[in-house]
Design a protein around this ligand. Structure first.
Ligand code: FNR
Length: 380
């Protein structure tokens, strides 16, 4: 219906905003401190200008992209998101089924609202990755990754930009907690969004499924459990305990990227967490070229933060990324229309990506990466 009529992620965002209470939309949309990094992520993409090569044929173009030993239908995956059932009660179940239907990777967060095993049952054929926040209690982290391996998760994503919680003032003002605590304000907001409230009532109260029983403000959970001492040694330690690919997420410097690869990482995920951790952090699209140069052509470079259209996807790949991930874009689809909304989000961005590649005179994502420098105007 309305989701099918959406022409862009921005249309889905508008539908999403209407469907969920303000405190939920704030959790998705918000970022750290002044939210400058989040704004910069979008403007860094919007500043890029393309130089098409109209003497090249664009017939037979395809988005198929190989990543970590497997082909995907498009160079776009679903980023890890915490507290997903707050946005839509079916939570990650809807997300992973959409990912399976579109043949793209889905990353389950440590802070997710479906367990590792529930997610495997929901979509056995999906390409599932597990995102790890390293806990002070290393044995607890080890237990999680052993479960992920047993449940058929392919890759481990270690997020390194969350040693301490981001300062997200919107969530503080809304007194965001897990499970959601009703205040006068959030109760009033929920009453104004009956479709969202009924959906939530029909399911179990959203809880962080991979943590065991735990409640409190999200900031308190993060600061009490995550380890500010995370270091390169932890990547070496994970390397001993995880036999599949290790992806390090949250890298913004070429030097760090090289060090992580030396420590055993198989891929680097350039990200500033959508501006939700270090405010005024540089935008990934500004550094991905340097990261690519540092790690060479054979190490996959992934990117997120600020992707809102296929134009952004093309710019990211032309700048040196192999693959991109949607964080808020996925959430807009999920909030607007569950599984179908997520599929719509992926389809819209894929359609824009393909059309942009063809207008540029490029037929494959590998070619886009190889010829990227010639297809972008120098940035001033
Ligand atoms: C996130 N992100 C995130 N990352 C992570 O490694 N573990 C997590 O649990 C979460 N949780 C989370 C919740 C919400 C609501 C958002 C919006 C983001 C960060 C996410 O994986 C990704 O890096 C960013 O969302 C990318 O930026 P865009 O696409 O949102 O601009």
């Amino acid at each position: 219906k309305r989701v099918a009529a959406a022409r862009s992620l921005d249309d889905l965002r508008r539908l999403a905003k209407r469907r969920v209470p303000g405190f939920v939309f704030d959790y998705v949309e918000g970022a750290a401190v002044t939210e400058q990094a989040a704004r910069d992520n979008e403007s860094a993409f919007a500043r890029r200008r393309f130089v098409p090569s109209v003497t090249e044929s664009a017939a037979g173009a395809s988005l198929t992209t190989r990543l970590l030993g497997r082909d995907h239908s498009m160079p776009i995956g679903i980023a890890p998101i915490g507290l997903t059932a707050l946005m839509r009660a079916a939570g990650e179940t809807d997300g992973v089924r959409a990912a399976a239907n579109r043949d793209v990777p889905f990353v389950l967060s440590t802070m997710g609202t479906r367990s590792i095993e529930q997610l495997a049952d929901a979509a056995p054929a999906a390409r599932r990755w597990f995102q790890l926040y390293l806990r002070r209690d290393r044995d607890a982290s080890l237990a999680l990754i052993e479960r992920a391996a047993a449940a058929g998760f392919d890759a481990l994503v270690l997020t390194v930009d969350t040693r301490v919680p981001g300062q997200r003032y919107r969530d503080d003002r809304n007194r965001l907690s897990m499970p959601p605590r009703l205040t006068v304000r959030t109760a009033a907001q929920s009453a104004l969004h009956p479709a969202w409230s009924l959906d939530l009532l029909a399911h179990d109260a959203p809880a962080m499924a991979n943590f065991g029983p735990r409640s409190g403000s999200v900031t308190d959970v993060v600061s009490s459990m995550f380890d500010p001492a995370l270091s390169l040694d932890d990547v070496r330690w994970l390397r001993e305990h995880w036999s599949g690919p290790i992806v390090v997420k949250g890298v913004l410097s070429a030097v760090d990227a090289e060090r992580f690869v030396d420590a055993g990482a198989d891929a680097i995920w350039v990200s500033n967490h959508g501006g939700r951790q270090l405010d005024r952090a540089i935008s990934p699209v500004e550094v991905v070229g340097a990261v690519r140069a540092a790690v060479g052509d054979d190490v996959p470079v992934l990117l997120d933060s600020g992707i809102r259209s296929g134009l952004d996807v093309v710019a990211a790949i032309a700048c040196g990324a192999d693959f991109v991930f949607l964080g808020r874009g996925y959430m807009y689809g999920l909030m607007a229309g569950g599984r179908i909304g997520v599929e719509r989000a992926l389809d819209l961005v894929a359609g824009e990506t393909l059309s942009t590649m063809q207008l540029l005179g490029v037929r494959t994502t590998a070619e886009l990466r190889g010829r990227g420098a010639a297809l972008l105007a120098p940035t001033g």
